[in-house]
Each structure stands twice: as C-alpha cells, then as structure tokens.
Design a protein around this ligand. Structure first.
Ligand code: ATP
Ligand code: MG
Length: 225
C-alpha cells in the first residue's frame, strides 16, 4: 500500500454511560506522501475525533485505519506508539505541553525519546523555536507563556522530527495574522522539502486555500470541496 494513511469504512461513536453519540459514519480517506489537505467543518462535526483516529490515539468503532500499511487495530499500544513516533507529528487543538518542562525541553522531547544526542536535540529545538519567533522564551514553562506562544511551542514540537505526516488541529487558531502566516510557511516548507503529508483542520478559508485538497466533514463523512 503506497498511501501513508488510509481510513476504510470508518465509523466512530462515543459512549458515555448508556448514551451513544455517533460522530463519523462509514468514512473513507486516503492520504499520500507529499499531499496537503485542509479539513473544514462546523464545530462539533468530528474533526478532532477524525485526527485522533488518523494518529492512532483512538480506534474506530467500525472499519479500519492503516498507517504506513499497518492496520492499527491489529497492533498493541506500544506498537502504535512506535509507529506514531516514526511517522507522525501531531499538533493538538489544546496543545498538551508538559507543564513542568521548559519550552526548549518540550520541543526537544521527541528527539530525546527516540534516543538522539542531547546537545544536538537541544540545538535543533532552539533553532526551531527561533523560527516560530520564540528565541527569547526558550526557558519559559507553559504556564509562563501566552496561549499563542504555547501553540507555537506545540507546532515546533510536532515539526522537530520532520515527520512524514503532520496532523494539525487548528494550529493557527490562537495566532495573529503574522505568526499564523509564519507557522503555516514552516508547515508547508516541511510538506514540500521532505515530501511529507500535511493534514490541517482549520476554520480559516484562506488557510484552506493554500492546501492542495480541501475536504469538508459533514454528517460524519468527508467530501471534496
Ligand atoms: N468524550 C466524548 N464523549 C461524548 N461525546 C463527545 C466526546 N468528545 C467529543 N464528543 C462529541 O463528538 C462530537 C465531535 O467532537 P469533535 O471534538 O471531534 O468536534 P470538532 O469538529 O473537532 O469541533 P471543534 O471545531 O469545536 O473543535 C461533538 O458533538 C462532541 O460533543
Ligand atoms: Mg476540534
């Protein structure tokens, strides 16, 4: 299989107590190397739910997700974590930074986890933090950063491993026009220079227009816009 990520007939519902909330309904999606895709859709339509499935953070109720040819439902948690570390960068909607670590350590963490040399990891993290405009904030912990600054740290953390696919959930939501444009160019640069895939959830039509494909999520399914 040449697709980097594939969703086959995926349905997803949340269960809370005995209440079932259907979100995705027999959805199909193929993401190839080098593609850039915007995912649009109303609040609550299931965009974050879909990204979580693509990244193996949750499993479909029905259907299958393949990451780099591997059927995620056939793997255990450790195998999925390894596969994710090998292929994916993830920018969460609510960034999930480690609160007791500095911006620098948060960004360097994916490199340290995969066993890179500490000095090299810190140097790369510093360079990337400069590129997102945070050269003077490297020693700040998340609580000592603004919302938009935290978001930029999270983006740097997702980009640092130069992943073959970047999944980004409203990465520019908290940013002013200039910073949004800067981080968007960084993501597009990775997409083009490394031929990696970029999947971005956004509410911003202008940002969506910069992606090769625009998909709209509605009634649990995706359609080309
Ligand atoms: N843990 C949960 N249990 C039950 N329902 C949930 C849970 N998480 C999300 N939902 C519901 O699933 C639907 C899809 O949520 P999701 O977060 O994927 O939407 P979204 O498209 O990302 O929205 P937004 O644009 O506001 O971020 C929503 O209606 C939400 O209320
Ligand atoms: Mg969301």
């Amino acid at each position: 299989m040449s697709d980097l990520i594939q969703c086959q007939q995926v349905s997803y519902h949340y269960n809370s107590g005995n209440v079932k909330t259907p979100v995705l309904e027999t959805l199909n999606l193929s993401i190839s190397q080098g593609e850039s895709i915007a995912i649009l859709g109303q609040s609550g339509c299931g965009k974050s739910t879909l990204l979580n499935l693509l990244g193996g953070m949750s499993q479909p109720s029905v259907g299958q997700v393949f990451l780099s040819g591997n059927n995620l439902s056939k793997l255990n948690e450790d195998q999925i974590t390894d596969l994710r570390a090998q292929h994916l960068g993830f920018v969460f909607q609510f960034h999930h930074l480690l609160k007791d670590f500095s911006a620098l350590d948060n960004v360097a963490m994916p490199l340290l986890i995969r066993g890179d040399n500490k000095q090299t990891a810190l140097t790369s993290a510093k360079e990337l933090l400069s590129k997102v405009g945070l050269k003077d904030r490297v020693d700040h912990r998340p609580a000592e950063l603004s919302g938009g600054e935290r978001q930029r740290v999270a983006i740097a953390r997702a980009l640092i491993t130069q992943p073959s696919c970047l999944l980004a959930d409203e990465p520019t939501g908290n940013l002013d026009a200039k910073n949004a444009a800067d981080v968007l160019s960084l993501m597009i640069e990775l997409n083009q220079a490394q031929n990696s895939a970029l999947v971005m959830v956004t509410h911003d039509e202008k940002i969506a227009q910069q992606m090769q494909r625009i998909l709209v999520l509605e009634n649990g399914r995706l359609s080309e816009s």
